[in-house]
Design a protein around this ligand. Structure first.
Ligand code: TXA
Ligand code: MG
Length: 551
């Protein structure tokens, strides 16, 4: 079927125009309407044929459900089959307003609206034109944002026109949307809520009514397209201008330097008010740095405006993440496809210690508390099977370090390497430069992903020279008998082999002299984790103090 282009009119919300638009809605057509958040593309929520037209006009994926809009609380029972006390309490405080609640769906709501789910998103907008129009139509209005799928949501009638002209007949012009970002979407539990999409109604706002508020993983992290997600809309690339947007996390001076180094005639910037004069390339501000509400109201316009320059790359300043800022950050994160570059050099923590000292336990603990850990044992295992490394090793040690299938016999290699100093030195001279190169590459990659603290977990941190790039070093030591016990449990060694391993280790003094922090692991695992946690606290406090004094 070919789509016949139609004439699209932007009309003022006069009685006459609203009545004409009502007739269109009741006739199974779609109409763009203003709300306080963004413009919506509305249809009769009970009419599955009309709903299909919304999906077609927007090019919206079929599995992304729509929000149903009501004008009065008494309409809720025609949309939702169950209205919990928690929902009632929240509606009493936040409706009319930018809060969407996910509730069990009433049978009258077609599957096209809920995209097959047994729940439905409902909200009562506070925009007068929106509510008057829904009341006039006499039916709930299902409406997603009135943009082409994937583009920034429209906050003026003109934005809607730019995206959908020829595809819809009427856009009701209710002026510029005051909030500027879509509603907060929440799933409900008993006296609890989970934020699926942040908006103007913040966690703190919700906590004035209910006891617990959680944030869904998809708010700040990329959800892969195949995974079951709580809110299907979160898995799609969103709010994207044609240009490639990249967030640069850091101070204005670092932002300026980075942009100066990387800009060409197809580069622009998205900055805060007052910063524009620094740049001679296309530059749009999205509000004051300290005013998240203003940023919310300007972001989508700014993203559309910056795109009029025909740029390839747009570097954006990073908004604060708290309060309404969480919604601004969430939308910008999606606009840039999660591409965030951290400008400040990452803080590098070196982690080392004797074999059997408990270093791995500490390393796992640091990973649990969300630090990026580079495990040099793993890196070394990868590198050692590289062709050029294997050739060097077999030339020196002979084929006896190979298994019958020509892969490396790690155990024989370890025994040969510990045989004498010369062998040990040779192995190190092959491995260390390669490991260090891999460490530098990985640090750059992690930093690009926005990690500001990176741990290098290396048994031979000092010998390899990797200590040179660490900002601080933690060493784990343990009494000799305890280490022997742990190694014996872990590895299958003869007494003689165990002793040669232990003798090859440095004594405590070696570590104390070279480290900023020493953890003596002479207690149980819980004590070890606590000691590590205390040190990390101290490091974080010092880091903050240092950043403050530099700022
Ligand atoms: O402010 C807004 O909410 C605007 C205006 C027009 O009201 N509407 C809007 O609709 O943003 P839309 O379709 O662009 O976004 C709806 C979001 C999507 O992320 C969708 O996946 C989620 O709400 N959603 C809708 N129904 C849902 C359901 N039953 N379960 C989970 N998520 C749902
Ligand atoms: Mg949308």
């Amino acid at each position: 079927m070919t789509n016949i282009e139609m004439e699209t009119k932007i009309v003022k919300p006069t009685d006459e125009n609203l009545n004409k638009a009502k007739a269109q809605i009741l006739n199974g057509d779609i109409v763009a309407i203003p709300t306080e958040t963004v413009y919506g593309l509305g249809a009769n929520a009970f009419d599955s044929t009309a709903i299909k037209k919304i999906f077609a006009a927007k090019g919206r994926p079929q599995d992304n459900p729509l929000i149903v809009h009501i004008s009065d609380i008494c309409e809720l029972k025609s949309v939702a089959s169950e209205i919990s006390d928690t929902a009632k309490k929240l509606a009493a405080v936040f409706w009319p307003g930018p809060l969407t609640m996910i509730l069990p769906k009433a049978d009258a709501i077609p599957n096209e609206v809920s995209a097959g789910l047994d729940t439905v998103g409902v909200r009562m907008p506070s925009h007068k034109v929106a509510r008057d129009f829904i009341r006039l139509c006499g039916v709930p209005i299902a409406a997603p944002s009135a943009n082409v799928s994937g583009k920034p949501s429209p906050t003026t009638a003109f934005h809607v026109y730019n995206d959908l002209s020829g595809k819809i007949s009427t856009i009701i012009d209710g002026g510029e949307c005051s909030v500027g970002l879509e509603s907060t979407v929440i799933a409900l539990g008993d006296d609890t809520a989970e934020i699926l999409r942040p908006g103007k109604i913040t966690i703190d706002d919700l906590l004035t009514v209910i006891s617990t508020v959680k944030i869904d993983d998809g708010v700040f992290t990329k959800t892969d397209d195949t995974r079951q997600v709580s809110s299907p809309g979160m898995k799609y690339r969103h709010y994207s201008p044609n240009a490639n947007v990249i967030m640069l996390k850091g101070k204005l001076t670092d932002f300026f330097r980075y942009v100066s180094r990387h800009a060409n005639d197809k580069t622009g910037v998205l900055v805060f008010d007052g910063e524009e004069s620094l740049f001679t390339i296309p530059c749009i501000s999205y509000g004051k740095k300290s005013d998240s509400k203003e940023q919310a109201s300007k972001l989508f316009s700014a993203l559309r405006e910056i795109d009029t320059f025909g740029l390839k790359t747009v570097f954006a300043r990073v908004p604060a993440k708290d309060g309404v800022g969480m919604a601004v950050y969430n939308r910008l994160l999606r606009a840039c496809g999660f591409d965030v570059i951290s400008l400040a050099p990452a803080y590098i923590i070196g982690l080392t210690g004797q074999t059997g000292s408990g270093k791995t336990t500490v390393s796992e603990f640091l990973e649990e508390i969300d630090m990026a850990v580079l495990n040099c044992d793993k890196i070394s295992k990868e590198i050692i099977s590289n062709k050029d490394v294997m050739e060097k090793l077999t030339t020196y040690f002979g084929d006896e370090i190979l298994l019958p299938d020509k892969t490396l016999n790690r155990r024989t290699l370890a025994l040969r390497a510990f045989e004498n100093e010369e062998n040990h030195c040779f192995l190190n001279s092959v491995m260390y430069p390669r490991i260090n190169k891999k460490i530098s590459i990985s640090i750059r990659e992690l930093q690009k992903k926005g990690h500001s603290t990176i741990v290098i977990d290396a048994p031979t941190l000092f010998e390899s020279g990797a200590d040179g790039i660490c900002d601080t070093i933690i060493s784990i030591i343990a009494p000799k008998e305890l280490r022997e016990e742990r190694i014996l449990v872990r590895d299958d060694l003869t007494q003689e082999q165990l002793q040669s391993r232990i003798n090859a280790q440095h004594d405590n003094d070696f570590y104390t002299k070279r480290s900023n922090y020493i953890i003596e692991n002479d207690g149980d695992l819980e004590q070890l984790r606590q000691k590590a946690a205390d040190i990390i606290d101290t490091i974080e406090t010092k880091k903050k103090a240092c950043e403050k004094s530099k700022a």
